[in-house]
Ligand binder design. Structure first.
Ligand code: PRX
Length: 651
């Protein structure tokens, strides 16, 4: 961001009060929410201490709430001890052992109901199997599984024995998987033979084998879930089947009591430079965030059927599938497939079948389904729904209105939740009985969260409609603790811009006259494809690793379904580009990084626009990629003629 202010052109005046019918049956009434705000505003630490006592079963109670002595390495509830899986499972057994915890619907439509008692037994058996195979407290296990209950079971089993999991999304390629295993120095890999998504086979074990053959020296054991039934190779002494691993294991397993700050998991996310960052979360603080945000934002209660459509491979699946709903003792739907298979009404059909009351998805899915037309949702009653949520990227007002009218029948509040892998849980979002909502607006920070918008000198931006850097000015319990193996990068990336108490989210934002926040986009070189973050650097590195590429620059342009799409400017070592090479390069990137990183367009050029100091002018490339008129100052360009060439080639 080089302008001092980011001006927004969008004006949105439609405002919706919480529907009265909703407020009447909500657990958290407007007064309850106001009381939370008042308490948090009068005593930030005391507020969080109260919440932690109320919502978590501590094995050993904490006496210190927040330790800021080594800021920005904050510690919460540091002398307390707990076990996260105990909080998600054991504490429900007396009161709701027979209640359904997970309604799982497979890609092919098969449905399985798993009660809390059964989930507890399955987690314990798998935890015993992990121990029997050499995994212990503090060891890392990489989980590379489809979105099936066993993924949640594996995560909770790690938590039970104090092992640290790192889930890698099943769509990631072999090199991406290998890099994550190597960075975490994982001892164990938990994967599956394969699975079907949208009717297509995803050969997970083959990809894992490729990753393992290229590095991953730290891996001792690979546990393989039989899911697709396809033939896979099993290396003797290293690979074993899940069903064999749990055979004969007991259905109880004493939880390992860990300190509140013990790492619960690492989850890798893209940054603007270098390799992906291993975001490290804590046990106590993270769990608290998962619980309170489910309670406040989703008003989650016993008779709800909650459905978060994310994959457990992303933070949304961690917090709003594996940990939040189970810690609250809720019933939730988990889905292996895709929204358009076998038909574009799959989501809506499932809402009716399972009588879903709270539905949480991403703008990219909403836009894709909206394109298929209203007839698909209209085939279904959708009358069980009471709250709709979105996450992952800014939602355009048109999609927001469609969600409200066609899916929510104007009866359901929409919670547009802003947060990040790093924040661990919701940060800025409407509260359903309390907030006036507005299309495209994430409204206001949660109780106990101090968000601000600053200009580059660190002064608050007070003028309505003016943009600035989104920051959080006080630590919160569920924030990331560090970057795995790289505390310096943690300090620099998140606290380097202002001071050690001001968390920089990497997004820009603005406020309207009423103080509502709107997220404008990233301030670094990160693109958001279908709600998933990708560093442009990673795509560039993949491109230059191809034998014919000399240099590459990657930017994004708006895309009506994916949110943003990647445009890559490529300089070849020799010769001119052609369609065949462009298609090879697109596939090459998908192989290196995974299908989500596949560029939408490749543009060949003789050079890239650079400043005299040799920096690629990405803002200029962005303008060119979008086909907009270049109004930037190009007088500092080293090679102005390149600009004409780039524009001519795109038209
Ligand atoms: O740019 C913001 C965008 O997604 C980024 C976080 O991505 P990730 O860590 O992959 O987590 C996604 C799921 C929490 C943010 O920095 N983002 C997320 N939610 C919203 C959003 N942008 C606008 N509105 C949102 N509701």
């Amino acid at each position: 961001m080089s302008e001092n202010k980011i001006e927004s052109v969008l004006r949105e005046d439609r405002v919706f009060e919480p529907p009265r019918s909703f407020v009447e049956q909500a657990t958290f009434k407007p007064d309850d929410i106001q009381a939370l705000y008042d308490a948090a505003n009068s005593d930030h630490e005391g507020f969080w201490a109260d919440q932690a006592q109320k919502h978590i079963d501590w094995h050993k109670p904490f006496t210190q709430t927040l330790d800021s002595t080594d800021a920005p390495f904050f510690k919460w509830f540091t002398d307390g001890q707990l076990n996260v899986s105990y909080n998600c499972l054991d504490r429900h057994l007396d009161t709701r052992g027979d209640q359904t915890a997970i309604i799982f619907e497979a890609d092919d439509g098969e449905v399985e109901h798993i009660s809390y008692r059964e989930l507890h037994a399955r987690v314990c058996r798998f935890a015993n199997a992990l121990k029997a195979n050499g995994l212990g407290k503090g060891d890392r296990a990489v989980i590379y599984l489809p979105n099936v209950p066993q993924a949640t079971i594996a995560m909770l089993a790690c938590a039970r024995i104090g092992a640290i999991h790192s889930v890698v999304f099943g769509g990631f390629s072999a090199p991406s998987l290998r890099d994550r295993i190597d960075d975490a120095e994982a001892k164990m890999l938990i994967t599956a033979d394969g699975n079907y998504r949208g009717g297509k086979l995803i050969p997970l074990k083959d990809v894992a084998d490729k990753a393992l053959s290229q590095g991953c020296e730290s891996i001792d054991k690979v546990i393989v879930l039989k899911r697709s039934g396809t033939d896979v190779s099993m290396q003797s002494g290293r690979d074993l089947w899940w069903h064999d691993a749990i055979d004969g294991q007991a259905e109880t397993c004493e939880p390992e009591w860990v300190d509140a700050e013990h790492p619960l998991f690492i989850l890798y996310t893209s940054g603007s430079t270098g390799k992906p960052k291993g975001i490290q979360h804590s046990s106590g603080g993270y769990l608290l965030g998962a619980i309170v945000t489910c309670r406040w934002v989703f008003d989650l209660r016993d008779d709800d059927v909650f459905w978060c459509t994310a994959d457990v491979g992303w933070i949304t699946g961690h917090t709003y599938i594996t940990y939040g709903p189970t810690a609250c003792g809720a019933t939730q739907v988990m889905f292996e497939g895709v929204p358009t298979y076998p038909e574009p009404d799959r989501f809506w059909k499932m809402v009716d079948t399972h009588q879903v009351t709270i539905f949480y998805t991403a703008p990219t899915a909403i836009r894709a389904l909206m394109k298929h037309g209203d007839e698909y949702p209209q085939r279904h009653a959708l009358d069980s729904l009471r709250i709709l949520g979105t996450v992952g990227e800014p939602i355009n007002p048109e999609a927001w209105m469609w969600y409200r009218q066609v899916i929510g029948h104007e009866r359901c509040p929409i919670v547009d939740t802003w947060w990040q892998t790093e924040t661990g849980g919701h940060m800025i979002t409407p509260l359903p009985s309390y907030s006036k909502t507005k299309p495209g607006s994430v409204t206001h920070p949660l109780p106990g969260i101090s968000a601000e918008i600053l200009d580059e000198s660190g002064k608050p931006v007070t003028e309505a409609g003016s943009g600035g850097v989104l920051v959080v000015t006080k630590p919160w319990p569920y924030m990331l603790r560090t970057i795995w193996n790289d505390p310096e990068r943690y300090k620099e990336t998140y606290f380097g811009m202002y001071d050690a108490h001001t968390y920089v989210a990497g997004d820009s934002a603005q406020r309207d006259e009423q103080g509502n926040f709107r997220i404008l986009g990233r301030i670094d070189d990160v693109v958001n494809i279908s709600g998933h973050r990708l560093g442009t650097m990673e795509v560039e590195s993949a491109l230059v690793a191809h034998t014919s590429v000399a240099e590459a620059a990657v930017v994004s342009r708006p895309h009506d379904v994916k949110g943003e799409a990647i445009v890559a400017f490529v300089i070849l070592k020799t010769g001119d580009g052609n369609d065949e090479l462009a298609s090879d390069l697109r596939n090459w990137v998908a192989e290196q990084l995974g299908a989500i990183a596949k560029p939408e367009e490749i543009r060949f050029a003789d050079g890239l626009p650079k400043t005299r100091s040799g920096k690629i002018m990405r803002r200029l490339l962005r303008t060119v990629a979008r086909g907009d008129e270049v109004t930037q100052d190009v007088s500092t360009l080293e090679n102005p003629q390149i600009l004409e060439q780039l524009q001519a080639r795109g038209s």
